[in-house]
Design a binder for this molecule. Structure first.
Ligand SMILES: C[S@@+](CC[C@H](N)C(=O)[O-])C[C@H]1O[C@@H](n2cnc3c(N)ncnc32)[C@H](O)[C@@H]1O
Length: 400
């Protein structure tokens, strides 16, 4: 436990009227061009008390001078931003998760703005907590957050995994280190009967793509006796669930050698033998995929549109992937296709899929739709919080 230390006191900034209304309506971000007045003694990274143009305080948040998103709201109430606030927020976040995922030992405990903790992600892997701190502002309160996490969860270790390319927007360097506790090797966690080996110090994201778990679970109902391709597989979650649900054979495809090694380890851990792991580009592998002999195809690519200006190229790549996938899939086969680009809206993704269906000359039924699992909450007043969209489509076995 660290000594209680003086924390930054909020300094005044003023925002324009429209931005003030946006914050009052629940949006947690203020862009640099919406802040019209700043206290003279404001540091580059600081805590601010946001005022509307009439001088009324409307929110307290973290501030970073060099970010496009200059203020991130921590509270709209008249409350102190101190160790106690972080403890309360973390407790609420934990209670929310306990209500939905009591049976899981791998889940997202804190999802930034959607848990009132902008800049903070906390994932739990058994008794290890893995953090991503993706704003300069949240680092102001790191010690208070670590103390609260230790008090609430008594983890064996707390690890920082700052690896996302988006960190550059906040001028943060990539950083991986053990912040509290003892060094940890890989841990075994379980997602509804599927076991994963997770090394909190290596790998993509914080260890697993926890946001897809409900969609992986949904896939199971279509997998008995099926021949499955899990493309962009990473640690193999979709295909492992398919095997657990009785799939005849799964081919896993990923371009990363480390991901392929992880899939092999997970296959062994679960005792699954009828599988093949292919290290290849998904686009090449799909073109090689035998026609009409795959019953279930999963396409779970990385975010092709990292920024708005990537959208045209990203849309084309998504259309190409889905078109080829639909053409290769067996008649009556199922395509589970996703986008995790928040710039690709649900409406845009629907258009992309429509275009792929049209170009593939297939008839397709929409069986179900999914999104990010509820430990990655979506806030209606914060549309940017909805990033993952998944569709389960069936290629009709006939042309009506
Ligand atoms: C969103 S992650 C997949 C998550 C995974 N399906 C799961 O449920 O855990 C995207 C994966 O695609 C892989 N990847 C990126 N570009 C690729 C490409 N061109 N071909 C094949 N795999 C690729 C990355 O290595 C990464 O593992």
């Amino acid at each position: 436990m660290s000594e209680s230390r003086p924390l930054p006191q909020p300094k005044p900034v003023t925002v324009e009227a429209r931005a003030a209304r946006k914050v009052a309506a629940g949006h947690p971000w203020l862009y640099a061009n919406e802040v019209v007045k700043r206290a003279d003694d404001l540091a580059d990274v600081d805590l601010v008390l946001v005022h509307d143009p009439a001088g009324r305080p409307i929110a307290t948040g973290t501030y970073f001078k060099h970010s496009l998103i200059q203020v991130r709201v921590l509270t709209r109430r008249d409350e102190r931003v101190d160790a106690d606030l972080f403890r309360r927020r973390l407790q609420i976040a934990a209670d929310r998760r306990r209500a939905i995922y009591l049976d899981l030992d791998c889940l997202r405990l804190v999802h930034g703005e959607c848990d009132g903790l902008p800049g903070l992600v906390v994932d739990r892997y058994a008794d290890v907590l893995v953090l991503e701190l993706n704003t300069q502002g949240i680092f102001l309160f790191l010690e208070e957050i670590l103390d609260a996490l230790e008090a609430l969860f008594a983890p064996r270790a707390i690890v920082l995994r700052n690896t996302s390319t988006a960190l550059t927007y906040e001028q943060l360097e990539p950083r991986t280190e053990i912040l509290r506790g003892t060094s940890t090797g890989p841990v075994v966690v379980s997602e509804w009967g599927v076991k994963y080996l997770v090394d909190p110090l290596v790998g993509q994201k914080t260890g697993l793509f926890l946001d897809q778990k409900e969609n992986r679970r949904a896939l199971r109902r279509w997998c008995r006796d099926a021949t499955v391709w899990d493309v962009f597989a990473y640690s193999g979650g979709w295909g492992l669930h398919a095997l657990a649900a009785g799939a005849r054979h799964v081919t896993f495809v990923d371009s990363s050698a480390a991901a392929c090694a992880q899939i092999r380890a997970n296959l062994e851990l679960n005792g699954f033998a009828s599988a093949e792991v292919v290290q290849a580009s998904a686009f090449d592998a799909l073109r090689e995929m035998p026609r009409n002999s795959v019953d279930v195809l999963v396409l779970d690519p990385p975010a092709f549109a990292k920024t708005k200006k990537d959208l045209p190229a990203a849309a084309k790549a998504y259309v190409d992937l889905n078109r080829v996938g639909l053409q290769r899939l067996d008649e009556g086969g199922l395509l589970a296709t996703s986008t995790c680009s928040f710039h690709v809206s649900a409406a845009m993704f629907a258009e992309i899929v429509d275009r792929a269906v049209f170009q593939s000359s297939q008839r397709v039924e929409l069986l179900a739709e999914g999104g990010q699992a509820p430990d990655h909450p979506v806030h209606l007043e914060f549309p940017e919080s909805r990033y993952l969209k998944t569709k389960f489509l069936r290629k009709l076995p006939y042309h009506p």
